[in-house]
Write a protein that binds this ligand. Structure first.
Ligand SMILES: [Zn+2]
Length: 93
């Protein structure tokens, strides 16, 4: 268990408050680079294919299932908000 992020948050309370991200954004921050890159690609694919109708492989429901299977329970609606850039990650930018 790596507690450096927790220590950092505890020592930087103002930084934490100004950079509130959604569950997906916080997870991306926590993950190692190769893993977060793969997840960002999946989110981008959901974003680009969701209006095409044909390719339903990548969806927020699919990503939610994948994450849950790997020990990260995040609901499809939370993922969908991040995909649609309606979450707090975008508002803090
Ligand atoms: Zn987000």
């Amino acid at each position: 268990m790596d507690n450096s992020s927790l220590i950092n948050d505890l020592l930087n309370p103002t930084k934490q408050l100004t950079q509130q991200k959604c569950k997906v954004g916080r997870m991306l921050d926590m993950l190692p680079d190769d893993t977060s890159d793969a997840m960002k690609k999946a989110i981008e694919l959901i974003r680009t294919t969701q209006y095409q109708g044909k390719n339903k492989t990548y969806s927020s429901v699919w990503l939610s299932k994948v994450l849950r299977k790997n020990g990260y329970p995040i609901s499809p609606s939370t993922i969908q908000r991040h995909v649609n850039k309606e979450c707090s990650c975008e508002q803090s930018d």
